[in-house]
Design a binder for this molecule. Structure first.
Ligand SMILES: Nc1ncnc2c1ncn2[C@@H]1O[C@H](COP(=O)(O)OP(=O)(O)O)[C@@H](O)[C@H]1O
Ligand SMILES: [Fe+2]
Length: 189
């Protein structure tokens, strides 16, 4: 799919602010793909559609999670987490994207997962560091991103967990599993 067509399709699903974020993620993801020798077209497509389901009604997402037998633990965690797996499903169904690498980068962009693919890491990281993002710790991850992909993703995962703990909010266990996977499998280089 052409970049212009993909952007047009996603723009209709998002607020202006979220669309700008999406363009930032796209540019960052393409840059990271180039740096790390990943498929730049797949990175572009996954980035464009990563937040496709962001503004779907909670009830619609909940129904899809159940019907499509997604991880039912998600139902007991914040609905912010739902747009990633639901997005992967809807992008396939409504946009017709069938590339499993692209779909899984969308599916795991919020929580990460153990054994992340290179494309999943790139989208997770691009979402975290795109130029519009401003929060404590982001500049350190930004500096690390072009130098060492795994270290940068680990830093983002660690920050995300610590951020939630700081607010005394529940942490969906897959992100803890992701953290453990990076630490235990030496992916932190
Ligand atoms: N493991 C987790 N447990 C609970 N909340 C999480 C977890 N990982 C990320 N989040 C939260 O999910 C929300 C959405 O994350 P994300 O999709 O990365 O950003 P965006 O808001 O740009 O769509 C954020 O508020 C983030 O703090
Ligand atoms: Fe998101």
């Amino acid at each position: 799919m052409k970049q212009s067509k993909a952007l047009e399709l996603v723009k209709a699903q998002l607020t202006d602010r979220r669309y700008e974020h999406t363009v930032g993620v796209m540019e960052t993801a393409v840059q990271l793909a180039q740096t790390y020798g990943a498929d730049m077209k797949k990175a572009e497509l996954a980035a464009i559609f990563h937040d496709y389901a962001k503004f779907r009604p909670k009830e619609e997402m909940k129904q899809l999670l159940i019907e499509e037998q997604m991880d039912e633990r998600l139902l007991h965690f914040h609905h912010e987490l739902w747009h990633a797996p639901v997005g992967a499903f809807l992008v396939q169904k409504e946009v017709g994207i069938m590339d499993e690498e692209v779909l899984s980068a969308i599916r795991w962009h919020t929580t990460g997962r153990p054994g992340m693919t290179q494309l999943e890491k790139i989208i997770y990281l691009a979402d975290y560091i795109e130029p519009g993002r401003r929060f404590p710790g982001v500049d350190d991850v930004r500096a690390l991103a072009p130098l060492h992909l795994e270290k940068a993703v680990l830093a983002a995962v660690k920050n995300s967990i610590l951020f939630l703990i700081g607010k005394q909010q529940p942490v969906f266990p897959v992100t803890i599993d992701t953290y453990n996977d990076f630490i235990q499998n030496g992916d932190d280089g």
